[in-house]
Design a protein around this ligand. Structure first.
Ligand SMILES: Nc1ncnc2c1ncn2[C@@H]1O[C@H](COP(=O)(O)OP(=O)(O)OP(=O)(O)O)[C@@H](O)[C@H]1O
Ligand code: NI
Length: 308
C-alpha cells in the first residue's frame, strides 16, 4: 500500500474552559477524526461553520493555542509529526494559507512579506511572478496590508506559496473575496500542483468549486468527518452519497433547488455521545445513541449506522 503524505489518526481536540465559580470543564471540538491525503490528491474539506475545519488544519500546522488538549496522532510522509519536525516542514515542505487575512504583518510592506525573511534576487523574482499570477499590480508590493481590500490581501497570502518548493499546500478558505474567475484559476493551479506528485488540502464553503477540482470531499459536521466521498459520487444525481448530511448539502446546491436542511448543528456540550447528526436525521432510532465509528462503504467512508 502506498503511504499517505498526510494522515490524521483518531484526532480529538478539546479546550479547557471555565464556568462560573472557576469550575473547569473540557469542551470537545474535534472528536475521533481520521483522514488521509495521498500524493497527487487534492482533498477538499467542506462543512458547516464552527464544525472544526480550521482547528483541524491548525492542529496539523502546530498552531493550536496552549489551552488545546490534543489526542491522537498526525503523520507526515509516514512519520509522526513532532514539534521539531514541524518547524522544518513549515519552513521547507508545507505551505499554509490561513483563513484570516489578519495573518499578514500590519507593519511590513506586502512585497517584502511575500519574499519572507531571506530576501534576495531570487525571492524578488518569485514575488513578482506570483503577483502577476494573481493579477496584483507590480506597485502593490509597496503597500501595507491596511491599504489592501480583502480580496487583494487574500491574493497576497496566496502569493506566499510560490516562494518555496513545497510538497504540500494547506489552504483554509483560499477563495473568499476573489471573483469567480480568479477563484477557479487559483483552484486549478492547486490541481496542477497536486498532479505533479504533490498534495493539497483545502477547506472551502464552495462545494461547487470543490467539485470542479478535488478528488475526494471530506464532509465535516459537529467536530468530525461524517463522510469521505470521491467527487464522482456527487455527479450522478447524488445517488452514490452515503451520509444524510452529505445528501442534505448536495440538495442545498443551487442546481438542486437550494433545499435547506432544518435545525442546527450541536455545539460543544450539546453533543451527545452517539451520532452527531441524530437531532436532524429522519432515520434516527435507538441504534444512533451508540458511538458511531467511521467505516468503509462503496469506495468511500461514512459515519452512519443506516448508510448502505
Ligand atoms: N481557542 C479556542 N477555545 C475554545 N474553543 C475554540 C477555540 N478555537 C476554536 N474553538 C471552537 O471550535 C469550534 C470549531 O472552530 P473552527 O474555527 O475550527 O470552525 P470552522 O469549521 O473552521 O468554521 P468556519 O467555517 O466558520 O471557519 C468552534 O465551535 C469554536 O468556537
Ligand atoms: Ni474556519
Amino acid at each position: 500500500m502506498e503511504k499517505a503524505l498526510l494522515e490524521a489518526k483518531n484526532l480529538s481536540i478539546s479546550f479547557q474552559m471555565y464556568k462560573k465559580g472557576l469550575k473547569k470543564y473540557q469542551q470537545q471540538t474535534i472528536s475521533d477524526l481520521s483522514m488521509e491525503v495521498y500524493r497527487e490528491e487534492l482533498v477538499a474539506v467542506v462543512g458547516s461553520s464552527g464544525s472544526g475545519k480550521s482547528l483541524l488544519v491548525h492542529a496539523i500546522m502546530g498552531l493550536l493555542p496552549d489551552s488545546a488538549i490534543t489526542k491522537g496522532s498526525i503523520y507526515y510522509d509516514g512519520e509522526k509529526l513532532t514539534e521539531e519536525r514541524l518547524k522544518n516542514l513549515r519552513r521547507e515542505k508545507i505551505a499554509f494559507i490561513p483563513q484570516s487575512i489578519s495573518y499578514l504583518d500590519p507593519l511590513i510592506k506586502v512585497g517584502k512579506q511575500v519574499q519572507g525573511a531571506n530576501r534576495n534576487k531570487q525571492s524578488k523574482k518569485k514575488q513578482k511572478a506570483s503577483f502577476q499570477r494573481y493579477d496584483l499590480r507590480e506597485d502593490f508590493e509597496k503597500l501595507y496590508p491596511f491599504q489592501l481590500s480583502g480580496g487583494m490581501a487574500r491574493r497576497v497570502l496566496l502569493s506566499m506559496v510560490d516562494q518555496k518548493e513545497v510538497d504540500f499546500i494547506i489552504a483554509d478558505e483560499p477563495t473568499p473575496g476573489l471573483d469567480l474567475e480568479m477563484a477557479l484559476k487559483t483552484l486549478k493551479y492547486f490541481r496542477e500542483f497536486a498532479n505533479q506528485g504533490k498534495a493539497v488540502l483545502i477547506i472551502t464553503h464552495d462545494m461547487d468549486l470543490a467539485l470542479q477540482v478535488a478528488d475526494k470531499i471530506a464532509i465535516f459536521y459537529a467536530g468530525t468527518i461524517v463522510e469521505i466521498a470521491p467527487v464522482s459520487d456527487f455527479k450522478k444525481g447524488g445517488e452514490g452519497l452515503r451520509h444524510p448530511y452529505t445528501k442534505a448539502l448536495y440538495k442545498a446546491l443551487p442546481q438542486n433547488d437550494f433545499q435547506a436542511l432544518p435545525g442546527f448543528q450541536p455545539y460543544g456540550q450539546d453533543r451527545l455521545s452517539g451520532c452527531v447528526f441524530i437531532s436532524r436525521c429522519k432515520n434516527a432510532d435507538e441504534n444512533c445513541k451508540n458511538k458511531i465509528s467511521m467505516r468503509n462503504l462503496r469506495g468511500g467512508r461514512v459515519r452512519c449506522c443506516h448508510a448502505s
